[in-house]
Design a protein around this ligand. Sequence first.
Ligand code: NAD
Ligand code: UD1
Length: 337
Amino acid sequence: MRVLLTGGAGYIGSHTLLKLLQDGIDVLALDNFSNSSPEVLRRVQKLTNSSFATHVGDYRAPDVLDEVFEKFRPDAVIHFAGLKAVGESNEKPLTYYAQNVSGSINLLDCMQRHGCQNIVFSSSATVYGEAQYLPYDEDHPLNPTNPYGRTKYFIEEIIRDWIASRPHASAVLLRYFNPVGADESGNIGEDPRAIPNNLLPYISQVAVGRLKELSIFGNNYETRDGTGERDYIHIDDLAAAHLAAVKYAHENHGCEAINVGTGTGITVLEMVKAFEEASGREIPFKIAERRQGDVARSFAEVSKAQRLLDWTAKRDLTDICRTAWNWQSKNPSGFEH
Ligand code: NAD
Ligand code: UD1
């Protein structure tokens, strides 16, 4: 199978790239490095001791995509590329719709013109919005609360309509919960360009001394200890879910949305404690105001992934903190040094 990864140098893309190469799949990574570094691909190459195709360019440009499709003739696409910052999407909604939604339409159009029938799409649990019940299953109503989340929702709907018009095509919409952690090697990992928005990269940067202290956004939620509860999924498990999903898409027709999580919630305070144990460092924190748009609890119902993809998460909180710390302590400044 030949698989094109848009955004293949990003955090989730690079770990999936590694997983696919280790499985012997023929891969092309397309990226414009707008939120990643070419060093990522060099490191994946070293880790696998294999060469793979790469293309530097913007996936939204039809000539770039046409060139890639003509040269590589993919059987399937895993579509990671896009913008992902919730706060920024409130400030620049049109940029988010242009980059994420229009870009995805161009990609589907190119797939259609080149006879490529299979897509795995990076969706997000953010499509569910405020929980009407927990755990979120795939039939939970969709009600995203910000432009970023709505781009994911619209793209899901567009893919659904596209698949409905093509009897032999197949799509898997993977709704990620909270991807965290790093490859065991510590050679690739999450490397946010600005001050991290997400909890685990923020904690890692406090532990390594790049940031002074963590602000915990609220300790008066209705959870075990008052802090927000999330379903953290190890990046290696998430990469394995992509491998299973692309194989599933290759062998089946139709469109399926599938949660990718562990089914278990971890609070902010539990995460801080686990990271302190893994790193042997103290994580100074203060309690701050709630962050706008945050929900108290979010965790996945995961039986559909097990049923359709024969996939379940294998890694636990200790693995998450250990691998995140291994990556951060080996690469205190990320990929730049
Ligand atoms: P990332 O920013 O690390 O990776 C995205 C990659 O796409 C980057 O390498 C970037 O350079 C590239 N890219 C962006 N625009 C491009 C363009 N126009 N042309 C070519 N390349 C382009 O993000 P990530 O965390 O790896 O997320 C991957 C996908 O998963 C995104 O679509 C994101 O919305 C989704 N997602 C992420 C999370 C998360 O917590 N990380 C959660 C849910 C969903
Ligand atoms: C956030 C996004 C969500 C996106 C997801 C990607 C918002 C409102 N939501 O979700 O749309 O899909 O990232 O992974 O931005 N926390 C702190 N201090 C921090 C950072 C986070 O206390 O400095 C808390 C949060 O309040 C939350 C938990 O840690 O309770 C996890 O936060 P985060 O990693 O940002 O993920 P989400 O809020 O789930």
